[in-house]
Design a protein around this ligand. Structure first.
Ligand code: ZN
Length: 409
């Protein structure tokens, strides 16, 4: 396996690159293991740099996507927050764009059909594109037509050439994952009807740095976008960011409305670009104390948990997601400290967390085993999870919410 270290920006090809943060070597965040697997775990460098030319923050190295995505354990439909917000989005886009049975909505990385099924309910034709075979199969079974492929420039052209150009293209949490980002955006440009819109959601680098969301950094996430960086990228392919919203998903994301460059940018786009300039998002200084603030968080959280353990308390964790893997590994919290991790996804239960070997159990085990404290790894769904776990909390259990600042709830 080769780990390719980049010499040039993956977006604009500049070699003027500045270091941002180094998390050392880390296991692949979604590489859950069987408990009896004693084979050596692959670990790869995990570090960020920023291109000084286009300001895109990106990983220093690339793991071949095939190693990470072919059997993907993340099934979107398991989060109720996500299901609700996707239903709203489908309704909204159908109304705003006046979609009918003559339109086509395409979703790139359509997962188990968690978004497209809402369009189907509204009578709008859909096409999913999802490279993970096991996940695509679930979508097909529930009636969402799905191509088991990676989205590329050539697939975008093929769709347009076969009468399947899209009125709306969704790409949720995928722009961050694709190393060949120019090929991907060229594909969107090719597949989008002249009056179409691509709705792209991707985590916002200003929230990553501002809120110390270092655990959203893992090998699958190659890019950490600012509006400045994404504008430069899409303009290269005859597109423009026509509008932008900030949404709470994944710790703070941008929802970008991308259209062909014949369309103007909204005032909101201009204002957010201006605010990024004012914050200094395009300067080295903005990132200079990020690493130090992450280490401070590590010290606070690990000191607290070690003190609780020394006092005889039991500690578990909630949320066997990729960000949990990153946090546990970077903080050095293993099975000696954390008894178990619970997760609602049956696909993860019975496996162990990558790197630290902590067993993953069903969410009900929290109430049954009643650990004194539970480290909330899925802090991005804090409100939803605290609500669901009222019984555990009423029985004396306490959640430790680690990000952006430590709190006991
Ligand atoms: Zn660049």
């Amino acid at each position: 396996m080769t780990f390719g270290v980049v010499q040039r920006c993956r977006s604009c090809a500049s070699n003027n690159l500045a270091p941002v943060l180094d998390l050392g070597v880390q296991p692949l965040a979604n590489a859950y293991r069987e408990p009896d697997d004693v084979s050596e775990e692959a670990r790869y460098p995990l570090a960020l740099l920023r291109c000084r030319a286009c300001s895109l923050v990106q990983l220093t190295g690339t793991i071949p996507p095939k190693l990470m995505f072919d059997t993907y354990h993340y099934f979107s439909s398991y989060s109720s927050t996500m299901v609700d917000s996707m239903r709203m989005l489908a309704k909204r886009m159908t109304a705003e764009r006046g979609l009918t049975g003559d339109d086509l909505v395409v979703e790139i990385a359509s997962n188990d059909g968690y978004l497209l099924k809402h369009y189907l309910e509204l009578g709008i034709p859909v096409l999913g594109i999802e490279p993970a075979q096991n996940v695509a199969a679930v979508a097909q079974e529930s009636g969402v037509p799905t191509l088991t492929q990676y989205f590329t420039r050539s697939l975008g052209s093929e769709l347009a050439g076969s009468g399947r150009a899209a009125s709306v293209i969704h790409a949720n949490n995928v722009m961050a994952h694709v190393p060949e980002i120019n090929d991907f955006v060229a594909g969107i440009s090719a597949a989008l009807r002249p009056d179409g819109v691509a709705v792209v959601e991707t985590p916002y680098v200003v929230r990553l740095v501002g809120d110390r969301e270092f655990d959203t950094i893992y090998h699958e996430h190659v890019f950490y976008y600012s509006l400045t960086a994404v504008s430069s990228l899409v303009e290269r392919h005859g597109l423009t960011v026509a509008d932008v919203e900030q949404i709470p998903l994944h710790g703070g994301s941008l929802r970008l409305f991308i259209q062909h460059s014949t369309y103007p940018s909204s005032e909101r786009v201009k204002k957010l670009l201006e605010s990024e300039r004012e914050r200094g998002v395009t300067t080295d200084e903005y990132y200079s104390d990020f690493a130090k603030r992450v280490e401070e968080l590590k010290t606070e959280v690990t000191d607290l948990i070690r003190r609780l353990r020394a006092e005889g308390a039991t500690v578990a964790a909630y949320g066997a997601a990729a960000k949990g893997t990153v946090l546990l590994n970077h903080f050095g919290l293993d099975h000696d400290t954390i008894d178990f991790v619970v997760d609602r996804s049956v696909h993860k239960q019975g496996l162990v967390m990558p790197g630290v070997g902590i067993p993953i159990l069903a969410a009900e085990e929290l109430e049954r085993r009643r650990p004194d404290y539970t480290l909330l790894l899925a802090w991005n769904f804090a409100d939803e999870i605290l609500e669901q776990q009222q019984n555990y909390r009423a029985a004396g259990g306490t959640f430790i919410v680690p990000v952006p600042t430590i709190s006991l709830r």
